[in-house]
Design a protein around this ligand. Sequence first.
Ligand code: PMP
Length: 406
Amino acid sequence: MYNVEELRREFPILERKIYGRPLVYFDNTATSQTPRSVVDAVESGYCHTKANVHRGVHTLSMEATELQENARKRVREFVNASSTDEIIFTRGTTEALNLVAASWGGTFLHDGDEIILSVMEHHSNIVPWQLLQSRIGFKIRVIPMLPDGSLDMEAFKGLINGRTRLVSVCHASNVLGTVNPIKEIARIAHSHGITVVVDGAQSVPHLKVDVADLDADFYAFSAHKMYGPAGVGVLYGRREILEKMPPYQGGGEMIESVSFAGTTFAELPYKFEAGTPDFIGIAALHKAIDFMERVGIADIALHEHDLLDYTTERMLKEIPGIQIYGTAPGKCAIISFNLAGAHHYDAGMLLDKLGIAVRTGHHCAQPLMDALGVQGVVRASMAAYNTRSECDYFLASLARVAAMLG
Ligand code: PMP
């Protein structure tokens, strides 16, 4: 039995009051909250095992290294990669995607090539490619979406030609909640020899991700969106491809030997991990994965879908003139909307005064906002610890806000 009240007690922040009212945290897409076990791992890292990793023969350094490398094993198992050599720790999804663009793209893309992105990408899966494009000159083509916010797969197939080298898309949209058919995209792309990059920032917190089954070449995600600490992320990369890529950044830890005559680089995955990593955050990510698997990813998804369906249905019935963006079947628990005649920012401000945290704005997806014909939206997004009674309070508050602004 999914016991949400018991689960909530693991999250100290949920006891907070905002303007004297209990916090209703519906900004989980931006970052999710952190259970006590993850906070304890951070505290323990600073109070008991802080030492730099892979550097010392002393006890603390060996313990810190073991915690980090055990986390790498846990991540490997979590996403079903074939080796820990394929798990690179980064600062987050953004850095993981920049790594792929700079290292893979900087090596394998040339003037005259084409890459495919989608209209629903987060800026972190657009701008790194544009930065590279301004140096190399390849073409970026964009998969449009259908009216329900799903990817137009026929259009995708039509964009592929003999010059296409890469497709980089999100597994789940941070605005629409749409879950894209990555396995199908990878099958089609690979049949044309095209490399596949997946931005998994919004899927890993909500779905069981199996990189072997999806057959993606790269898969990026962030710990802070999956009940883990901020400042840590993961890039999974297929070993054969990683081996052919040059380092992303230079510095300590990523070398085998250095001299002014020339430098040789460390083996995978360290070749891509220059400098001191957030080893305490990485150890805490281990605990976040333990948390998700203890609760059960499938059970979390079921719970979130219940909240999504319940809230969406009532919003459409009870809030006059509401517009919801993204209705694709199987979407994640993300509800982006606008109230008739109201600015999204005003709605967000008023909801905050009632203790409800939602996100407003373009959500780092301006091309998607253009496609939707809006400047911004309000976004309510749910996680494992949200409840139906919070949804009831949100709906009642939204009705008040709509009446005030409408
Ligand atoms: N991609 C998507 C789909 C996202 O939602 C986000 C975070 N909003 C990112 C990438 C970037 O993640 P981070 O800021 O953790 O690097």
